[in-house]
Design a protein around this ligand. Structure first.
Ligand SMILES: *Cc1c(COP(=O)(O)O)cnc(C)c1O
Length: 414
């Protein structure tokens, strides 16, 4: 009844083989499948579950709001509160528009960038994923990369032509495109820490270079923080790396587990969005009260958990150390990438810094490793080219259990 049995491609296990587990429920750091088996979960719903599944604050807020009505199609106080909360955490977002997914956020941000600059082209990076909007399905990461269809059928040549691609961590490749297309590039859009070709951290100075190159050409810089927002720091990657974009896109954590996205940034730009300005963008369910209640509960719970980011860092660091130790004992050289609570074990001896090096990873080996972990009750992202997430609900003993499973799985998956 469903294409591939799923409603989003990577869930189908095509990249690792076998049959996806159908999930019945989840709590904290664990999920249970329809056959009653329990897994320690590092998928985290692909990012939103920063505090673990079914966090009591989010569950309560959703239940309370549901009793008051689930959609009004009219403004609510909740949306104003959400905007204020986002601005407090991410000060570069002076004004924000709520939408229903990360895809909607990036598509809308690019429309605004084109309108504000009067320029047609968008520059993205090989292996970065910005949702499934037509302009982004060119050398995209996540499911699109896994399936080797960087240009999806159905995307016209005209649309693809307006998308330029550079190499992540290579500001020279960006400089060349600016030289080749002066006054034509509306925006550079980037995952400031890439999650969608597996985790790839920005090299020192790379994000600063993008900021300067954009300023010099009067192009806009868009940080796609759908994954990194509220994850790599309370204020996202722009806080962690001290680089301020013109526009930011959010999703995942900002909905607290309900479907939400957002785009925002400089007031002079966001004022051009309809109905303040001429750039049309709308949504029947945008700013939905249930989703706002859930997202606000999440952002409040994050603020209340004062040592959350220190805990995520130390859990992440001990997991990384344990994996490195297991690799050393099994005599294997693999690349372990981690930024805070985001991590990927790449089955390649090469340092992974961009799409070309990410693509050297042995995906068949990852598939065997993935299934060895799953059979030991640990659920990882079902593709080599994805991020795994530690949550605030994981404990030191969960990490120890994971490291033991990694040591065994490395052996049996050779
Ligand atoms: C997940 C993701 C998106 C797409 O968000 P959806 O809610 O799946 O549409 C866009 N950009 C990045 C960086 C993402 O990780």
């Amino acid at each position: 009844m469903l294409p591939g049995g799923v409603n989003s491609p990577v869930r189908a296990f095509k990249a690792v083989g076998g049959t996806p587990r159908f999930i019945a429920r989840a709590k904290g750091a664990h999920v249970w499948d329809e056959d009653g088996r329990r897994y320690l979960d590092y998928v985290g719903a692909w990012g939103p579950m920063l505090l673990g599944h079914a966090h009591p604050a989010a569950v309560d807020a959703i239940a309370r709001q549901a009793a008051l009505g689930t959609a009004f199609g009219a403004p609510t106080a909740l949306e104003v509160e959400m905007a204020e909360r986002i601005h407090a955490l991410v000060p570069s977002i002076e004004m924000v528009r709520m939408v229903n997914s990360g895809t909607e956020a990036t598509m809308s941000a690019v429309r605004l960038a084109r309108a504000a600059t009067g320029r047609p082209r968008v520059l993205k990076f090989e292996g970065c994923y910005h949702g499934h909007g037509d302009s982004f399905l060119v050398k995209a990461g996540s499911g699109a990369a896994t399936f080797g269809t960087p240009d999806s059928p159905g995307v016209t040549a005209a649309t693809a032509r307006d998308t330029l691609t550079a190499r992540f961590n290579d500001s020279g490749s960006v400089r060349e495109l600016f030289a080749e297309y002066p006054d034509e590039i509306a925006a550079v859009i980037v995952e400031p820490v890439v999650g969608n070709m597996g985790v790839v951290a920005p090299a020192r100075g790379f994000l600063q270079d993008l900021r300067e190159l954009c300023a010099a050409d009067r192009a806009l810089l868009i940080f796609d923080e759908v994954m990194t927002g509220f994850r790599v720091a309370p204020g996202g990657a722009q806080q962690r790396y001290h680089v301020t974009p013109d526009l930011t896109t959010l999703g995942k954590i900002v909905g607290g587990g309900l479907p939400v996205g957002a785009y925002g940034g400089r007031r002079d730009l966001m004022s051009q969005v309809s109905p303040s300005g001429p750039v049309y963008q709308a949504g029947t369910m945008s700013g939905n009260p249930l989703a706002m209640a859930s997202g606000l509960a999440m952002l409040d719970a994050i603020a209340a958990d004062v040592d959350l980011y220190d805990r995520l860092e130390s859990l992440g660091a001990s997991l990384e150390a344990g994996i490195r130790d297991a690799l050393a004992r099994s005599g294997e050289t693999c690349h372990v990438a981690r930024v805070g609570s985001m991590w990927t074990l790449f089955f390649t001896p090469q340092a992974v810094t961009d799409w070309t090096t990410a693509a050297t990873a042995d995906r068949a080996r990852y598939g065997r490793f993935f299934h060895a972990m799953l059979s030991r009750g640990v659920s990882l992202a079902p593709s080599q080219l994805e991020a795994n997430f530690v949550s605030g609900a994981h404990t030191a003993s969960d990490i120890a259990e994971t490291v033991a499973a990694v040591a065994e799985s490395l052996e049996v998956s050779r």
